[in-house]
Write a new protein. Structure first.
Length: 256
């Protein structure tokens, strides 16, 4: 994908309000989206039809994360809760409603093994949750950010966590020691969403200004810039060939 070849190949209108988040399933055959209409919708990426509508949150859905197994979905909401959903043949089922954050839950992300979930909130904290089919508990609370947490992303080994905040920083955390090992400054613009490509060589960052920057994770230089309107979320396809982004105007764009 380059700036010269990027183009919109599909336009979906499944929600009735702003789309806040889009997430591919691991196999790439499904796309989950969350909206201000309070629902999560699961779309088939071959026919692009809506397969399921998940209802349970009492306010806007701000974040979605597929479990590595592809059978569970976590969702974060403006209602300050996180819900864990199981996609069963008979229909979706809510396994857990996690409470602990004091304000809206924006970013959530599973570690690669699917045993832990990281969540960030307007309350300025990151929480690490241990999730099972029967129980779910909060293991750690990380508190170095001084403003709302806008994105959380595990590295490929699950040993480090990248977090972005409205305090204009990106922080790298060592999960073993629970310490912040590196801080990057984004100056005057806050990051709304981050996504590593499958190889871990590129990090896509969406900004409130509508710009998407693709960073080389070795040199930490921006190698691509894409100008969109009101970018609220970005997500790489599991095979790395597409980048999905959702906007504050209710649209989803697929770039390649």
């Amino acid at each position: 994908m380059t700036m010269c070849t990027s183009k919109c190949i599909r336009h979906l209108v499944h929600h009735f309000d702003d789309v806040n988040v889009v997430r591919w399933s691991q196999c790439g055959t499904k796309l989950a989206s969350g909206s201000d209409d309070g629902t999560i919708r699961i779309s088939n990426t071959v026919t692009w039809e809506c397969l399921h509508i998940l209802k349970g949150h009492t306010s806007c859905v701000l974040s979605i994360a597929w479990h590595p197994s592809g059978n569970w979905i976590a969702s974060g909401s403006d209602d300050a809760t996180i819900r864990i959903w199981e996609l069963m043949p008979t229909g979706p089922k809510c396994l857990h409603a996690l409470m602990g954050h004091a304000k809206s839950v924006w970013p959530i992300n599973w570690n690669p093994s699917g045993t832990q979930l990281a969540s960030g909130s307007v309350d300025k904290t990151i929480r690490i949750w241990n999730i099972g089919s029967l129980t779910a508990t909060c293991l750690h609370v990380l508190k170095d950010h001084t403003a709302s947490v806008s994105s959380v992303q595990w590295n490929q080994m699950g040993t480090k966590l990248a977090t972005a905040s409205n305090d204009m920083t990106i922080r790298i955390w060592d999960i073993t020691t629970l310490t912040c090992t590196k801080t990057f400054y984004t100056y005057t613009v806050a990051v709304t969403s981050m996504s590593w490509n499958p190889a871990g060589s590129l990090l896509a960052c969406g900004f409130y200004t509508g710009e998407i920057c693709i960073w080389d994770t070795n040199s930490w230089k921006c190698v691509h810039k894409i100008q969109e309107c009101g970018v609220s979320t970005v997500e790489w396809h599991p095979h790395g060939k597409y980048l999905a982004n959702g906007t504050i105007y209710g649209s989803i764009q697929i770039l390649r």
